[in-house]
Design a protein around this ligand. Sequence first.
Ligand code: FAD
Ligand code: DHB
Length: 390
Amino acid sequence: MRTQVAIIGAGPSGLLLSQLLDLAGVDSVVLERQSRAHVEGRIRAGVLEDQFQALLRRAGVGARMDAEGEIHDGIAIARDDRSLRIDLAGPTGGRGVCIWGQTELTRDLFAAREARGGAVLDEAADVALHGIDGDRPSVTFRRGGTEGRVDCDFIAGCDGFHGVSRRSIPPARLETWERVYPFGWLGLLSETPPVSRELIYAGHARGFALCSMRSAELSRYYLQVPAGTDPGDWPDARFWDELRARLPEAAAAALVTGPSIEKSVAPLRSFVAGPMRHGRLFLAGDAAHIVPPTGAKGLNLAGSDIHYLSAALIAWYGSGDTAGLEGYSEHAMARVWKAQRFSWWMTRLLHRFPEDPPFDRRLQEAEFDFLAGSQAAQAALAENYVGLAY
Ligand code: FAD
Ligand code: DHB
């Protein structure tokens, strides 16, 4: 099989790239290790920056998001019993974020690829990259008992943190930067009305908690838990009690609880690999970088990578212009590092770091006090939260 761009991974990065390329007349084949049902069922992100929303509209997958997603123009940052509303719209010229689950987004992307007859091959095992240093790269895989091969001009590595693409780059040609946190987030989804109309990011001596949502009837909550926590040790009643204990009193009193429909633990990590290009291979999204979820930047960074990469590939096929491809890694990484900084800052502000000496705890309190008293600091938070310019 021959295509122009072979895309590894059918997460948001891979599917969106193939859709944008297709709309510009560039052919691609997407190879995904898991089944489509598995990918569509994964519960992950829920907050979309406005530029990412615009990109989805451009890709023709914005209709359901616009009809059913909810625009938020503020968030709450709490510490113990104090709560501070951060106005997102005021300092950013009216910008906000959209509450729209990654699950829904992925469903729409799969449907859009199917509607246009796009080649998305799921359950593709043993994907291997070849010839990325030369002009004729290819990808081999196994599917339904037969061996397959895709010859292409370029390979887009959109296969997430555990994928094969980043590992196909010789270690000497790739630099990595990493910070692992000694805690994770235990997430719970329940068919209950959200505790508040806006998200609450709550710092507390017992640990961080986040109140989020998917709709007026579907709530998503997270608790900071030690690394290695087994969700099985957290029956619903324990989760709800702990959440109540970490929220400001008014929110705790308003919390409506119910049975969980999903519960899982996500580790926290900051990670960057660069450059995001090696020969004919381009990395995008979680394949190249991971942010801790505080600040909701992971999916949005996948979006900005795909914005740069799709434009670069379309320009190359359109006019032979190589500037976008040459500049891809530099452009994408500049934005990645700023999002890394913000995600680290939000994480540092709101989590309980078990190893923190008393001095660092006082600094954390001072950081919150400064934020509470400074319009400039609140504006900086808002600017980052709605998303830095592409
Ligand atoms: P992925 O979604 O990981 O997709 C990669 C795909 O590649 C997968 O389908 C995988 O099966 C496939 N794959 C892997 N290896 C191979 C292989 N060898 N061959 C073929 N295919 C392969 N981000 C936000 O912006 N906002 C949020 O609110 C937010 N909340 C989050 C909450 C949680 C609990 C988690 C876990 C993440 C959250 N994120 C959030 C991060 C966000 O989900 C990711 O950044 C996003 O999924 C990245 O998309 P991606 O397409 O790059 O990678
Ligand atoms: C969600 C996840 C996040 O990491 C975040 O910062 C906000 C919301 C969510 O899953 O709803």
